[in-house]
Structure formats: structure tokens, C-alpha cells
Write a protein that binds this ligand. Structure first.
Ligand SMILES: [Zn+2]
Length: 349
């Protein structure tokens, strides 16, 4: 589905919070990191106007996250969402799905094809939220396995770069690795097997021409190890969605070094991530030019906060998104915060 208006340079969209004006290039890839206050939701709008929403934030407070996702869709000029991918079944990643589908239709639902471990299935909150998930999807969900591509459309004339969204991890299966990810490896720090659904999360790589983006959901340390070693399976990325909100049980430095990102965006909350070890590891990466955060981190002061101009929601604020735009055949991409459009440009590596 194409965007509502693709040929004009200045497009006026009326969002739920009023009229907005923004610049739109029909061949641009846009990625929106939405403020779910410590939850996850990332909206991708492809150069041909298809849309992918990765995760749907939380149910409570009711309507907050669904309204924010819907507003971002309106801002992007979307009439529907083509693919809605749920990375895993934790309340901060799939709680808002039913309320969202009441606001905007979804063409195709996708998930990892398995429920959380038994001890999480017995959780009262999971039972409540999974009933809402089933209501939203009608049970019609496609399974994504490591190695699968999400079938995005490409320009048949190939005048603009090809876009590809590829799954590298699902249900603790790492593409290209057939062993048990939790077996200790001599010479490396491995952690106890993650028995939560975080470790079973879907991880995705999006490429558009030379631009590369890694979104790992909430995968944890041992899974990350096998993405980086002995083979660097993803390679260098331009954009890194800081895994698991920036928590230290994820963000294995081995993978951070392998990804060697230019820009990092953390989907943290005021009291959830970025934790000091992860923040220090990100800052130490050789090519990192900026670390963006969705929220000011009230827990760790300078050990968990980037500079103020890179934080979408400073103290007391809420709801601002971070937007990354990648044009065709350009060697640069733009990052801006919320509606204020404080845009910075970075080199594609
Ligand atoms: Zn999470």
C-alpha cells in the first residue's frame, strides 16, 4: 500500500494531536522509534510505501501506546499496516496490539510461532494479554524462522536500491548456527541459559542499498554471542536499536564490536535501561557518532545518559519519537527527534 500522498514534497497530515507538516520523499526509507516508556515499538515505512510495525508496546496505561503508534502511522501517511511482527510475548512488546488494531487495520501478523516457556504461560498477565493478542490476530499469524525474509516489495525497475528485511534469530535459533546457544564456550563469558521469552525473541536486519539496521528485540547474551562469533553474521551496521532497552543482560560487547554501529537508538524508559555497562560499551565503540535515547534515564546520571540534545523525552516529557530517514542513492542518512525536526546527518558506511 502506498502512502496517502507520495508525490508532493510538503505533505499535510492531520494527526490525532493536530495538523502536522513534514517533508516526504517517495523513495525514502523511514524508521520511527516510538516512545512506549520502556517498551518496544518500531515503525518502518519502505521506499515503496509498505509498512512494518515491530512490536506494539504495553496495554497499560490504556490507550497510551496504541494512540502513539496510531499517531506515528498517521504522521507517516499510512492507511494500514502491512506487516505487524511481534518479537516475543512480553507485556511491553505485545500488550498494545488489540487497541492498535481498533485504530488501524493490519494486513499480516507475524511472530516466532511458539508461546513463551511454560512458567511464563502460567503468568496471569500473560493469559490476559494473550487473549487480547488472539482477538487482534484472529489466530491468523505467519511464523518467522531464522533465515526468512519478510516479503517486502521492491522497485521492479531497480532504479532505487533494493530493500530487504531478514530474520537472523527466532526461538533461540541463530541463522547459520546449528548448535545449542547455551553451551559454554572456552575463553568467553557465557551466561546462564535465559529461560525467559527474551532469549527467544526475533531479531531482524533491514538493508536498503548500503544502509544496514539491526533490531534485535530483547535477545540476550548467549544468542548475541553466536551472531558475532566465530562468524560475524551481520557485519557492520549504520543503525543499532540498542537491544533489550539497553539492559546489561543483553548487549554482549562481542556483538556490539561486530556490529560497530554509527548510530545507536535506545528504547529505554525513565527507570528501565540504559544500564552503565551497556552505555560504557556503546561509548567505547570505534565508529559510534551518536547514542540516541527515547527517555532521560533517571537511574544512572551520566553513566546512563547521552547528551541532552539526543534524548527525545527529557525530564517530564513523554511521547516524542526518534525518526531515521534514508534516501535513495545517497551516502548519508538523517536522524531527527519528534516533531521539532532537529535533524542531524550521518555518513552511511
Ligand atoms: Zn522489552
Amino acid at each position: 500500500m502506498r502512502r496517502l500522498l507520495v508525490s508532493t514534497v510538503i505533505v499535510l497530515c492531520t494527526a490525532a494531536n493536530g495538523a502536522l507538516a513534514y517533508q516526504q520523499d517517495p523513495n525514502t526509507l523511514d524508521i520511527y522509534f516510538l516512545d512506549m516508556v520502556g517498551g518496544g515499538s518500531t515503525l518502518i515505512v519502505t521506499p515503496l510505501g509498505e509498512s512494518v510495525l515491530i512490536d506494539t508496546g504495553s496495554l497499560e496505561p490504556k490507550h497510551r501506546d496504541a494512540d502513539r503508534m496510531y499517531q506515528a502511522c498517521r504522521h507517516a501517511g499510512l492507511e494500514h499496516i502491512d506487516y505487524l511482527i511481534t518479537t516475543h510475548f512480553h507485556s511491553d512488546h505485545f500488550g498494545g496490539i488489540l487497541e492498535l488494531t481498533k485504530r488501524i487495520p493490519v494486513r499480516c501478523f507475524m511472530d516466532k510461532g511458539a508461546l513463551p516457556p511454560r512458567h511464563e504461560q502460567e503468568n496471569k498477565q500473560f493469559k490476559q494479554l494473550y487473549a487480547l493478542y488472539q482477538q487482534a490476530t484472529g489466530g491468523n499469524v505467519e511464523r518467522i524462522r531464522a533465515g526468512d525474509d519478510i516479503p517486502l516489495r521492491n522497485d521492479p525497475s531497480a532504479e532505487i536500491p533494493q530493500i530487504k528485511l531478514h530474520c537472523v534469530v527466532s526461538e533461540k535459533q541463530v541463522e547459520g548456527f546449528s548448535g545449542d546457544i547455551d553451551v559454554p564456550i572456552e575463553g568467553f563469558t557465557t551466561k546462564k541459559p535465559d529461560t525467559s521469552d527474551n532469549g527467544r525473541s526475533i531479531a531482524l536486519v533491514l538493508t536498503y542499498g548500503k544502509f544496514k539496521f539491526f533490531a534485535g528485540g530483547d535477545i540476550t547474551w548467549n544468542v548475541e554471542h553466536h551472531l558475532a562469533h566465530p562468524v560475524n553474521r551481520i557485519g557492520k551496521v549504520d543503525l543499532y536499536q540498542v537491544t533489550h532497552h539497553g539492559l546489561d543482560q543483553s548487549n554482549n560487547p562481542l556483538l556490539l564490536k561486530a556490529l560497530n554501529p554509527t548510530i545507536c537508538v535506545a528504547m529505554n524508559g525513565p527507570r528501565k535501561g540504559i544500564q552503565p555497562n551497556t552505555f560504557a560499551a556503546l561509548k567505547a565503540l570505534p565508529d559510534v557518532k551518536a547514542i540516541y535515547q527515547i527517555h532521560y534515564n533517571t537511574q544512572y546520571g551520566d553513566e546512563g545518559n547521552t547528551s541532552g540534545d539526543l534524548i527525545a523525552n527529557a525530564k517530564g516529557q513523554e511521547g516524542g519519537f526518534i525518526k531515521v530517514s534514508v534516501g535513495p542513492e545517497k551516502k548519508i542518512f538523517a536522524v531527527s527527534i519528534g516533531m521539532k525536526r532537529r535533524r542531524k546527518w550521518f555518513q552511511i558506511q
